[in-house]
Design a protein around this ligand. Structure first.
Ligand code: PMP
Length: 446
């Protein structure tokens, strides 16, 4: 292979990319141009024409410490040289053991067992499989349904799609292959508003009527991400924990987007003071440097799985607990443990609230929401992502709207002036955009 292919100075063949490479949620027949990135450092992405963009996305919630962080880079370089991959069947290694130890220490006491999966969607699949095997081990094999709430997003594999919002298109596009699950209305009370207990009526009835079939309740704690970027009331989640206990249903929390500080708590479930039986983590787990996810569960769940007729948990991917990914995660969690994130996220939250508040007066803006290091402008109609993408690049930032949302979740190390540039760009685009009247039903965070 010529060194040229790895060189950061040779240009990226954007035409070849357009003709041959799938990007998330795109059409090959009608491909949109992609921006060629050659490097990233701190909070900045560098395009191949030399333009530097302030990143408002953390590469989809993942790069919480920014790019090219020396500590994570060094950990990965050292690990690559020593042991970049080895099968996990019958073999273990220090990065997996130390990572599991850290995760157990950082999460709530009930979570003591760790399955290291390859991506967020797989962590969700693993959680659902654990729940079903658990009930087989507890002699309740009819408990096979997952109860969830509307507006959720949990990934693109088949089981994960089955619990995504039913209006999101995935349920109709793939017909019988997407299992039918039980859907309650989406949470209604806002995070910082009064809680209306009546919103629990319908989900309580679903529990009451179907608990003999329900293996688990699965949802995103506090923040529904790709299903609409909404922040709901902590009491809602606390009440769901009680319903799970009352009806003998496991609680699976999908913290893939919210985990590791994003909402102002280390884990979003801490806003509600509850524990999950099964917890899914991903994205920021490695600081966004390489794909890795984790599904954690309680002793009780693990014991139930072992008591199931299979006697073992039926999942074991090739790249399970990849040492390189585990070592990136250890370095990232060490940075989290230094605890600067808390101060960083709370000052991002305060600045976002200050700088986005007046956007509520813009004619096209329907709602302004901020929680932790997440800022959202909800527009009154669906946006044209490709068109707006160029406008954001022209304003010197990387922000990728989807559906009717202009939103940011920057790396925690963003400076106040970088953050101001991001909020300024959000408001400029929100003020200028002319909106079509359509309302695409499909979730697409791509
Ligand atoms: N759950 C949530 C809450 C997510 O936000 C995502 C990704 N956006 C996933 C699951 C799926 O993760 P992945 O894309 O790594 O498969």
């Amino acid at each position: 292979m010529s060194n040229d292919i790895l060189s950061t100075t040779s240009s990226i063949d954007l035409q070849f990319d357009k003709e041959h490479l799938w990007h998330p949620y795109t059409s090959m027949a009608n491909a949109l141009p992609a921006f060629g990135v050659i490097a990233a450092d701190g909070v900045e992405l560098e395009l191949q024409n030399g333009t530097k963009l302030i990143d408002g996305t953390s590469s989809w919630w993942a790069c919480v410490h920014g790019y090219s962080h020396p500590k994570i880079v060094a950990a990965m370089q050292q690990q690559t040289a020593q042991l970049s991959h080895v099968m996990f069947g019958g073999i273990t290694h220090r990065p997996a053991v130390e990572l599991a130890r850290m995760l157990i220490e950082m999460t709530s006491p009930r979570l003591t067992k760790v399955f290291l999966a390859d991506s967020g969607s797989i962590a969700v699949e693993v959680a659902m499989k654990m729940a079903l095997q658990y009930w087989q081990g507890r002699a309740k094999p009819n408990k096979q349904k997952i109860l969830t709430v509307k507006n959720g997003y949990h990934g693109d594999t088949f089981a994960a799609m089955s619990v995504c919002d039913p209006e999101g298109g995935m349920h109709t596009m793939f017909g019988e292959l997407v299992t039918k699950q039980l859907f309650a209305p989406a949470p209604q009370s806002r995070f910082d508003d009064n809680f209306n207990p009546e919103e629990l009526n319908e989900i309580a009835t679903l529990f009451e009527d179907n608990h003999q079939q329900i293996a688990a309740l699965l949802l995103e704690p506090i923040m529904q991400g790709a299903g609409g970027m909404r922040f709901y009331h902590p009491e809602y989640l606390a009440a769901l924990r009680k319903l799970c206990d009352k009806y003998d249903v496991l609680l699976i929390l999908d913290e893939i987007a919210t985990g590791f500080g994003r909402t102002g708590k280390l884990f979003a479930y801490e806003h509600s003071n509850i524990e999950a039986d099964i917890l899914c983590l991903g994205k920021a787990l490695t600081g966004g440097y390489i794909s890795l996810a984790a599904t954690m569960c309680s002793d009780e769940v693990a014991q139930g799985v072992s008591d199931s007729p299979a006697g073992v948990f039926m999942h074991g991917p090739t790249f399970m607990a990849n040492p390189l990914a585990c070592s990136a995660a250890i370095a990232s969690l060490e940075l989290i443990r230094e605890n600067r994130w808390q101060e960083q996220v709370s000052s991002i939250e305060a600045q976002l609230k200050r700088e986005l508040a007046d956007a509520i007066d813009y004619p096209n803006v329907k709602d302004v929401r901020v929680l932790g290091a997440v800022g959202v402008l909800e527009m009154s109609a669906t946006l044209n992502t490709a068109e707006l993408q160029q406008q954001f690049v022209d304003l010197g930032v990387w922000i990728r709207p989807f559906s009717n949302l202009i939103y940011i979740m920057p790396p925690y190390c963003v400076t106040p002036s970088q953050l101001s540039k991001l909020t300024h760009a959000m408001k400029t685009v929100a003020r200028q955009v002319s909106l079509p009247n359509d309302a695409s039903p499909f979730i697409s965070h791509g």
